[in-house]
Design a protein around this ligand. Structure first.
Ligand SMILES: [Zn+2]
Length: 126
C-alpha cells in the first residue's frame, strides 16, 4: 500500500516540472481528467460522436492527435511513434511532447472549424 501511494505521488511529477508552462500543465491536467471539449468527453447532446473535421472517426483525445484533416494542415509533423497512453504514464518528457502536439492540433482544429462556420454563414447570406 505504501508503494502504491508513492507511485501515485510520482505520477504528479509533471505538475512541478520546469519543462511545462503553466498553461501546458493546465492542458495536461484537462487531458488526464478528460475535460477537453471533444465529443467523446461530453457525449450528451450530440447526434453522433463523429469528428466534425474528417467525419470518419470518433472525436476523442487520441483522434485529435491522428485526425488527417488536422495533420494535413500541420506544418511540423512529429513522429507519433509515441503512444497517447504516455500521457498517463510517468515520463514527463513524453507528457510534455504529447501536450504540445495536442495543443498545436487543437489550434489547427479550431481554425478549420471557425473557417467552416464563417463560410457557411456567407452561404446563408447568399
Ligand atoms: Zn477527424
Amino acid at each position: 500500500m505504501k508503494d502504491l501511494n508513492y507511485k501515485e505521488l510520482k505520477i504528479q511529477e509533471y505538475l512541478i516540472s520546469d519543462e511545462l508552462l503553466t498553461s501546458e500543465k493546465e492542458l495536461l491536467l484537462q487531458l488526464r481528467t478528460r475535460m477537453i471539449n471533444v465529443k467523446d468527453n461530453f457525449n450528451y447532446g450530440h447526434v453522433d460522436l463523429v469528428c466534425r473535421l474528417c467525419q470518419t472517426y470518433n472525436d476523442t483525445h487520441q483522434h485529435v492527435l491522428e485526425c488527417q484533416s488536422i495533420l494535413k494542415d500541420a506544418s511540423s509533423l512529429v513522429d507519433l511513434g509515441m503512444k497517447y497512453s504516455a500521457l498517463f504514464g510517468t515520463e514527463v518528457r513524453k507528457q510534455v511532447l504529447l501536450t504540445r502536439i495536442f495543443r498545436a492540433n487543437m489550434r489547427i482544429r479550431r481554425t478549420i472549424l471557425s473557417k467552416e462556420k464563417s463560410s457557411s454563414r456567407v452561404t446563408q447570406m447568399i
